[in-house]
Design a protein around this ligand. Structure first.
Ligand code: G4P
Length: 295
């Protein structure tokens, strides 16, 4: 299988984003780092740690409805082992959202006590929400605002400036100032971002991409591949990406005139089914392979 072309991001933006985040740091108490639960390692910006410095942080594994639940538990344990508070969310259904405010308060408990000792009871807690594009930041902020506004109807959803959102009594969220690009120079990371749809398909060879994804899933989630495409373990063992794609297309009856398999259509179907979790709840970054993850 040929190598995928290197995915081009725009490093220039990151310098600006870094500056924008740094300029807001003094206004906030904590940072909520949104990661995609299917690729917690690959969806984490490598420079973030140095930018947010010592600010208390809370990791949110979003889109957990599409990730392997066992693997999500392992990731949560890994972060907690590292003394980093972590929760899994599904902003589509709202599952897990109620954990967010208590988790932040727990992380900031010493600080809250210190504020109270100084008579600053009920001081507003301000949290910056960061994450790469498409990870679900807007969905998270919208969900949090709605959920809590419903509970406290006398509170209008005050927005201050462009990016501040009040999500509850004494609790504000700040959307990431700027665009936090993912790690773009690691080929494997780039591929995983492409699998989940974070890179526009127009700039990629989708047949190559789908083929590599099938190889990857065959090695890690063979049962899911077999079940979805009605194949046996024997059918798929030892095949290269393109051969797997060909097999899937054939099995699906995706043919072009002359009886050739339409691998382009097959590729679109495979990518679509992975991205919609029709192939199953699958996680591409395994916690045990990324024990050195740093946030
Ligand atoms: P961003 O601000 O970080 O860029 O992300 P945004 O909230 O716009 O979310 C990007 C996409 O991910 C949206 O889908 C959104 O619905 C979806 N999404 C966000 N959180 C979750 C989640 O927990 N689970 C699932 N399954 N999807 C989630 P979209 O296709 O762009 O739009 P739409 O489906 O809302 O129409």
């Amino acid at each position: 299988m040929e190598e995928l072309q290197t995915i081009q991001w725009f490093p220039g933006h990151m310098t600006r984003t870094k500056r924008q985040i740094e300029s807001q740091l003094r206004l906030i108490d904590a940072v909520a780092v949104l990661l995609d639960a299917r690729i917690p390692y690959s969806s984490c910006n490598p420079d973030l740690r140095s930018v947010i410095n010592n600010k208390p942080r809370i990791v949110i594994l979003n889109k957990s409805d599409m990730a392997d639940p066992t693997e999500t538990k392992r990731w949560l344990s890994l972060f907690r082992e590292k003394q980093i508070a972590a929760i899994a969310l599904d902003c589509k259904s709202g599952k897990g959202l109620q954990q967010f405010i208590p988790t932040v308060k727990n992380v900031l408990s010493d600080r809250i006590k210190a504020w109270e000792a100084k008579g600053m009871t009920g001081r507003t807690i301000k949290v910056m929400v960061v994450g790469i594009p498409n990870v679900g930041k807007s969905s998270f902020i919208n969900r949090m605002s709605k959920q809590n506004r419903a509970k406290a109807e006398d509170r209008p959803g005050v927005t201050r400036g462009n990016q501040w959102f009040t999500i509850g009594k004494g609790f504000d969220l700040l959307d990431t100032p700027g665009v936090l690009w993912p790690k773009f120079d690691d080929k494997l990371v780039g591929e995983k971002l492409a699998y989940i749809g974070s890179v526009r398909d127009e700039i990629l060879d989708t047949e190559q991409l789908a083929g590599r994804l099938l190889e990857y899933l065959r090695d890690r989630y063979p049962a899911s591949v077999c079940m979805r495409y009605k194949l046996t373990q024997e059918d798929i063992s030892g095949l290269q990406g393109y051969e797997l794609l060909h097999l899937v297309g054939k099995k699906r009856g995706m043919l072009i005139t002359g009886g050739e398999v339409n691998t382009e259509r097959a590729a679109a179907a495979v990518l679509d089914e992975f991205r919609s979790a029709t192939l199953g709840r699958l996680t591409l970054d395994k916690a045990e392979e990324h024990k050195d993850v740093r946030i």
